[in-house]
Design a protein around this ligand. Sequence first.
Ligand code: NAD
Length: 286
Amino acid sequence: MARVIDGRALARKLDERTAQVVAKLLDDRGIKPGLAVVLVGDDPASEIYVAHKVKACLRVGIESFKHRLPASVSQQDLLALVARLNHDPKVHGILVQVPLPRHIDPSAILGAIDPAKDVDGFHPVNVGRLSTGTGGLVPCTPLGVMMLLDSVVDEIKGMSAVVIGKSNIVGKPIAMLLLEREATVTVTHIATRGLPDIARQADIIIAAAGVPRLVRGFWVKAGAVVIDVGITRVSGASGERDILVGDIAIDEMNHAGAVTPVPGGVGPMTIACLLANTVKAAKESG
Ligand code: NAD
């Protein structure tokens, strides 16, 4: 039976460490880390994500500032809010929840955030730092994935890793982090041919396609570590609640070395890493 990595337990441990740093920052330098969360429109999934993030801040002693704007807000007004938050000394991290309404260019907004407050790690300066291995703020989900891997793998160096998905927020940054640790990385995507055969060579598989049960048991070699980033909400049968489904067929993974569940794997680590990034930004401020 594959080991099931408990993302919730790992996230709790990280939160404890973050809470300690928060207390020390206040004691030593009088700084209370602050995270501004900007929510545009009323997308129900975004509302839930933002509520979780605000609640998580409370848990570790980070102050949160929620800014809610109507879907009709102009790009100019949103940029003006970002500019205010960039200059607000109480705000150390800024998160603009995506997706944004169609009339707003997300790259214009994310690019306007001060890179030092860019706790999502999406600003081109932080992307450049990540790809050159020169520090900066690292996107939360990829950071969480590396911590989950480190909890079960002694030495990533020299291992072969296959990343499924090449998005800017998940697949590419994970590939960069794995490369930095000297894994041999293959990035795959929707147009990749022969994906099952490629995946079967890997010591590590990171599934981030958003396709339920894409990664089948026969794609995975014995002992491989499989991290499931995918989350798809599937409607439950009549009267039943919706369920969250990952990208791996977890019931076919008995021969794997370790796997992450959905929910309870990458998701909790993403939020814990957001808090850790906010505290890092606060520590490096001033
Ligand atoms: P995206 O749609 O931007 O990118 C998906 C990638 O998967 C693309 O590169 C695409 O080429 C590839 N892909 C799609 N179908 C494929 C297939 N059949 N075979 C191989 N590759 C395929 O998505 P994203 O934003 O990178 O998110 C990916 C998944 O991760 C989604 O399910 C999303 O909900 C989830 N996610 C989870 C967290 C978390 O905290 N756990 C955070 C971010 C994203």
